[in-house]
Design a binder for this molecule. Sequence first.
Ligand SMILES: NCc1[nH]cc(CCC(=O)O)c1CC(=O)O
Ligand SMILES: [Mg+2]
Length: 336
Amino acid sequence: MSQNLGRGAYPNTRLRRLRAQDFSRRLVRENQLSCDDLILPLFVIEGRSETQRVASMPGVERLSVDLLANKAKSLQQLGIPAVALFPVVDPSVKSDCASAAHDANGLAQRAVRELKNAVPELGVITDVALDPFTSHGQDGLMDHSGYIVNDETVEVLVQQALSHAAAGADMVAPSDMMDGRIGAIRTALEGAGHSNTLIMSYAAKYASAYYGPFRDAVGSAGNLKGGSKASYQMDPANSDEALHECALDLQEGADMVMVKPGMPYLDIVRRVKEELRVPTFAYQVSGEYAMHCAAFENGWLQREAVILESLLAFKRAGADGILTYFAEEAAQLLQG
Ligand SMILES: NCc1[nH]cc(CCC(=O)O)c1CC(=O)O
Ligand SMILES: [Mg+2]
């Protein structure tokens, strides 16, 4: 009687049988990571043949616009479907009204033209948010009390998105978390004849401390001076609210939604995918990249295996694709 306690169907059922050989592991593998899943974020700067390292993101370089054509060609050859552009402008270009954000000849707009001109097949995604262009480093306009005002910000975001579409962006990605901006941008795009411009909404974007290295990379960290984005980005304690955010943005005209950060929020990815069943993306953000790199550099984690495992985890959680600073390296590993 007590002999069978806890044994289940063993030895008839041995889950290790399928794991014993490579062929059978491959046959029953439930999820796959492929190059088609990868989006590479790119930081763009002014200048000619200029590259700049980002101290807190080892291996990531900001590139001047003229270097984008070659970059685009190699990414295309690696099978990476799209890049996400982040402009890094000189402090002299920043202002309280962030007008440089919608300059038809601004840095992001020129970068889009350069990329689409060089490799038309590579998808170009632009960031719609004001933080690279505001003197205070917040994603929206600030009133006298320091509050980030919603509706006035949305008007500027609409101008920014229109200028990106006019430059040839395939997809605009609002990362600002203002209410109602997806609907306003969608209406404006339709009105301007850009009915096929895609919108990837940073719909469930959390007020996370994992964005630190990104703020170094775009040069907004100093301006922010420890300022918080908690009045517009989501509380990390919330989960139901992410579904509310995603559902609203879809209703307003988003084509796909994103959860951000990534690995600490895979439960949110899973819920969004399961309950809404729409194209769902996740962002393995700068802080995740930085902590992985720190462990690799110390020899504490095995670089190649951990990169691929970390990205496969997004797929298992239900993500259709991942924005990751490892995109290029992962694509190389997947090809090799
Ligand atoms: N609009 C801001 C923006 N767009 C993308 C990121 C973070 C990306 C990363 O950390 O890799 C941020 C940072 C923030 O909200 O402060
Ligand atoms: Mg929202």
